[in-house]
Design a protein around this ligand. Structure first.
Ligand code: DP6
Length: 332
């Protein structure tokens, strides 16, 4: 069978996913809403070979250690759904991240969405978009959303027992008003000492933050409100929900014991600059993930003004992004 190549774009959550209710099935505690971006993406090719081990490379270098184990387990999951003739074969995986050098934006979302598409294709596992989203979720929760372009919701299906939610907890593209023409400015800040990774930090927050139940409850409501704002083309409302969700997520992890803190002094300066933009009449709203970088949602027509204000005369690196496409899969 020939190799299969897939391209998946990174996404940034507007309503954040932070916490699992089932770590084995990768079921989230609450629904989340994201925007897939054009500027950052992963291209992954998967072919089958006769050797007795999976071979995985990222940006030309062999993957080793825990990162390799994660990919092997994911391939095992794909193989468990493959026809007997190919299920025993090992894979050769070559992955490339197209993100600006050293921007610290390499994303497990684009990585596992691309791997899901390429591996399912290479092993002849026929999956529709929902099936690919479900598969990608098992690699990394946020990857379920990168199967689709533009605005996306990943449903928690928290009302269902885990075995049923396993089928229902997938992403879906969100109908958005044509008036909603958005962009994102990504402020790249120097990472300090390596903070704890998001998977571990999330589990630690669930286990020790007394704020976690309130976070999960409010996030479910925020996701519904964000979907409404997207359908109505209400950027101001969407922006407010976006910034509030990010601050609540960081507040919840700051309340863990010991605390998890990704907010750096330089991040707070950018949050102030975003507030100043708003005070001066420009719609701009900040969000942050498991690192110091700040991503700023705005109208496409305001992007250059937002970038100029946040770059502060060249003192900061600011990247431009617009809504990007969903997963593409092709035979090589
Ligand atoms: C802060 O999807 O990387 O970016 O499911 O454990 O692989 P795992 O976690 P991951 O977490 C993303 C967390 C976040 C918020 C978000 O993307 O919703």
């Amino acid at each position: 069978m020939s190799a299969v190549r897939a391209v998946a774009h990174a996404n940034i959550a507007l309503v954040k996913y932070w916490g699992k209710r089932d770590a084995a099935l990768m079921l989230p505690s609450a629904s989340s809403v994201s925007l897939t971006l054009d500027a950052f993406y992963t291209t992954t090719s998967v072919g089958l070979h006769e050797g007795d081990a999976d071979e995985v490379s990222l940006d030309g270098a062999p993957l080793t250690g825990g990162a390799l184990v994660k990919v092997e387990r994911f391939l095992d999951l794909v193989r468990s759904q493959a026809a007997p003739g190919v299920a025993g074969r090992r894979a050769r995986v070559a992955s490339r991240n197209d993100v600006p050098t050293a921007a610290g934006l390499a994303s497990s979302a684009s990585a596992f969405a691309a791997l899901a598409g390429a591996a399912a294709g290479a092993y002849g596992v026929a999956l529709d978009r929902a099936g690919l989203s479900r598969l990608a979720r098992r690699g990394s929760g946020s990857a379920s959303r990168s199967v689709y372009g533009g605005f996306v919701q990943w449903r928690a299906a928290a009302e269902l027992p885990p075995a049923e939610a396993d089928l229902a907890s997938v992403a879906e593209p969100l109908p958005s008003s044509p008036d909603l023409d958005v962009a994102m400015a990504v402020v790249v800040l120097a990472a300090g000492p390596k903070a704890i990774g998001s998977r571990e930090a999330m589990a630690h927050t669930v286990a020790t933050s007394p704020y976690f139940p309130a976070w999960a409850e409010h996030t479910e409501r925020d996701a519904a409100a964000a979907c409404e704002a997207i359908a109505a083309g209400d950027l101001e409302r969407l922006g407010e929900i976006t910034e509030t969700s990010a601050m609540r997520m960081h507040a919840t992890m700051l309340a863990a014991a010991p605390p998890v803190r990704y907010l750096a002094p330089a991040s707070l300066e950018v949050l102030d600059a975003v507030a100043a933009l708003r005070a001066a009449g420009t719609g701009a709203w900040a969000t942050m993930d498991a690192g110091p970088n700040v991503k700023v949602l705005c109208a496409a027509s305001d992007l250059e003004a937002v970038v100029a204000a946040l770059a502060d005369g060249g003192r900061r690196t600011v990247l431009r992004a617009r809504p990007g496409p969903g997963l593409r899969v092709e035979r090589e």
